[in-house]
Write a protein that binds this ligand. Structure first.
Ligand code: AVJ
Length: 441
């Protein structure tokens, strides 16, 4: 498990977390065969080579001058690798491999950035009181930015053909009891979203300020929707039933000729799940991963709805007679027996595999094993202030076209399983480890 102490400011601890985070992203790039490093597994995103340079350019651009007063040794790479691409809007990128630097040039840049920043970090912290933000906040931003990319890179490499990846041995399968889908009643009550600045915990700009919300009673699926359940939706003609889809979603579905999840593959009359490193017969009890558009259509077909962010939060953290818990299972820090997260596996497991994860209301599998879509557009809480050193991190996406996801996947770092963490994506992006849990009001 990676350290989760978001509030620890000791330079030694943060330094160690930076090293661990680098191992996570290094191990991702090590999956890619050398001849595939200039591939673009997802049409809307950059080629793989970009991300090798991006992680260090981000750290350099954040810390180099601002914290350590350093002058750039490679301004053109600092700029070339500065920004990723949001899959919404614009046309598809059409750059060619030959327009990018060589792997050697990029790896040299990466090594040099690491050397210089590590020397500075080891020299001890600069005068943090003279900074607008404490050094620990900036280091947490660097660490979590990298760890988020460890997950988004996994989504991306998931779409890379299997013969372009280097096979690795996978952890043993976990055994799990059969799934009996049912709904759990959640009584009306208050829940507290977000993080209070007075808690002095690290959080991204969109996690502040804390806000209490009254949630009316509702019922929620005990488990995430499984592949088996989703197959029923497909067999019932879900993708061909116009009334289940909004106008925008239907248009997207037709335009891209979508009739099943991006993680599935048809082999004769058998469905396969394309895992990170091998394709297997569709595991019926694993959660299905789909776009927001598909999640909504499924929910409508099942005569249910997607939960709001507040409903999801209350089901996960609320307790019948007590205040919200830190985690669904209680206040203990995340550990490997509590769920499928923190880089143990590449792929999902059965939704019943981790019974110790159950929330106080008995809702299962809420952290890890796949994010869960909510119906809530990504928007600021009252008291939101963008980080001056990264003003666009959240604010660029407060456009009504991105929706909040909660929970976490097999590739979510333990530190980002904190209650206030909010993830978001646009509704027509099929590639995340994100699935469905429905409610009925
Ligand atoms: C928070 C996962 C939606 O990948 O678009 C990485 C994280 N932002 N670099 C994304 C992010 C800039 C972001 N998500």
């Amino acid at each position: 498990m990676l350290a989760t102490q978001n509030n620890v400011t000791a330079p030694g601890v943060l330094d160690q977390r930076i090293q661990e985070a680098r191992q996570r992203t290094d191990e991702i790039f090590a999956l890619v065969k050398p001849e595939a490093l200039y591939d673009r597994p997802i049409a809307e995103r950059h080629r793989i080579i970009f991300y090798i340079g991006h992680l260090e350019a981000f750290d350099w651009n954040l810390l180099g001058e601002r914290i350590f007063g350093l002058k750039s040794f490679h301004p053109s790479f600092d700029r070339l690798f500065a920004f990723g691409i949001d899959p919404v809007g614009g046309g598809l990128p059409n750059d060619q491999p030959s327009e990018w630097p060589t792997v050697e040039q990029v790896r040299n840049y990466v090594a040099k950035v690491r050397d210089i920043l590590d020397d500075k970090l080891r020299e001890g912290s600069p005068d943090t009181n003279s900074q607008e933000f404490p050094l620990s906040t900036l280091l947490n931003v660097a660490i979590e930015h990298r760890l988020m990319h460890a997950e988004t890179l996994a989504y991306m490499l998931h779409q890379l053909p299997l013969d372009r990846k280097i096979f690795q041995k996978q952890p043993a399968e976990v055994s799990a009891p059969p799934v009996h889908p049912e709904m759990v009643e959640i009584p009306a009550g208050a829940t507290t979203l977000g993080l209070s600045r007075s808690d002095e915990q690290f959080g991204w700009d969109n996690e502040f300020e804390a806000v209490q919300v009254d949630v009316p009673a509702f019922a929620i699926d005990r488990y995430k929707v499984t592949n088996r359940q989703y197959l029923d939706f497909i067999r019932a003609g879900g993708y061909e039933t116009r009334s289940l889809w909004t106008d925008d979603d239907w248009k997207w579905k037709i335009e891209h000729n979508i009739s099943y999840p991006a993680f599935w593959e048809q082999n004769g009359d058998q469905w396969l799940y394309r895992g990170m490193l091998e394709a297997v017969p569709l595991p019926p009890d694993s959660p299905v991963y789909v776009s927001h558009a598909e999640a909504k259509a499924y929910a409508r077909w099942a005569d249910k709805q997607l939960p709001t962010e507040a409903e999801w939060h209350r089901a996960a953290y609320g307790a019948p007679h007590d205040a919200d818990r830190m985690y669904p299972w209680g206040n203990a820090e995340p550990s490997a027996k509590l769920g499928n997260f923190d880089f143990v596996r590449w792929d999902p497991v059965a939704v019943t595999a981790f019974p110790d994860c159950d929330s106080a209301f008995g809702v299962a599998d809420m952290l890890g094993n796949g994010w869960e879509w909510t119906s809530t557009p990504f928007a600021p809480f009252a008291g939101f202030e963008p980080f001056p050193f990264y003003p666009g991190y959240s604010a660029n996406f407060f456009d009504g076209k991105h929706f909040v996801m909660k929970g976490g996947s097999a590739r979510t770092a333990a530190c980002m399983l904190r209650r206030s963490f909010r993830n978001w994506f646009q509704p027509h992006y099929q590639y995340m480890y994100a699935g469905i849990r429905c409610v009925r009001r």
